[in-house]
Design a protein around this ligand. Structure first.
Ligand code: SF4
Length: 257
């Protein structure tokens, strides 16, 4: 398989790993993203972003000494995260708390093996035709034991349901390089849990078909100005269109109780 399945032309769409995993959870929330409705930044997402930056910094330039950790975090925040401080409502005192929590994650991260490290935050973008882009940023790429690389996604919380995200990364890698990753793996830095898959031509083809189906459905919904299927669950609590969704409100009430 070298080509992405054909999809009818339509509105230009950029499909990220987040878009795909959102669609797999609730198609209508994915459609909402195309309408410009995104979940707000939160303290948890800010902490996760900062932790990922510190992991990448460690891999690129070496261990950050404890005495330098606060300053290193502030340097990372200064490179594009400043604007989020206000959005999340952090003050200097609460920011110190976030940096301390990132420090705890960093201590765990340092204990993981980083043998075979190649590159951090590898952005992969593939253009399909004139109006479809698939893109994603792989947290880290390591040497595999055979030909293909090992793609790693760090999680700062629980491992959760990582299969769809990993499958999307394997597809992206294949489309860009025509080679399969030897393994795609999610690692929870906070709990130590791991989940790995070994991609095959068949599994990549299956993911490509699923992504193509998603694009067809999203384009059809955009063209007809209709909503898509809604599937409710715990994730509804962070959905940007929760206030307009009775199914989601009921689910959120259950998970919040
Ligand atoms: S609130 Fe839940 S069910 Fe409703 S659109 Fe959002 S994710 Fe889907």
């Amino acid at each position: 398989m070298s080509a992405f399945p054909s999809v009818p032309p339509g509105e230009a769409i950029a499909v990220s790993a987040t878009m795909y995993t959102t669609y797999r959870t609730c198609p209508d929330q994915a459609l909402a993203r195309l309408h410009g409705d995104y979940p707000p930044d939160t303290r948890v997402s800010f902490k996760g972003n900062l932790a990922h930056r510190m992991f990448a910094r460690h891999l690129r330039t070496g261990e950050v000494a404890a005495a330098d950790f606060d300053q290193a975090c502030k340097e990372e925040i200064g490179q594009g995260m400043n604007v989020k401080i206000g959005a999340v409502g952090l003050r200097p005192s609460t920011l110190r708390g976030v940096i301390a929590e990132v420090g705890e994650l960093y201590d765990r991260f340092k204990r993981l093996s980083h043998d075979g490290f190649r590159e951090a935050e590898v952005f992969v973008e593939v253009t399909v035709g004139d109006d479809l882009v698939l893109r994603g940023s792989v947290d880290a790429v390591f040497d595999g034991t055979c030909d293909g690389p090992l793609l790693i996604d760090w999680k700062t919380g629980a491992l959760g349901h990582a299969q769809d995200q990993l499958a999307f990364y394997a597809l992206l890698w294949w489309l860009e390089s025509q080679t399969l990753p030897e393994r795609v793996e999610a690692v929870s830095v906070s709990t130590g849990e791991r989940y790995a898959e070994v991609p095959s031509i068949e599994s990549v083809r299956e993911t490509a078909e699923e992504v193509a189906t998603m694009v067809r459905q999203l384009r059809a919904a955009l063209a007809a100005d209709v909503r898509l299927e809604r599937t409710a669950g715990g994730w509804c609590r962070w959905c940007p269109i929760l206030s307009d969704c009775a199914e989601g409100a009921a689910a959120a009430a259950v998970f919040d109780s």
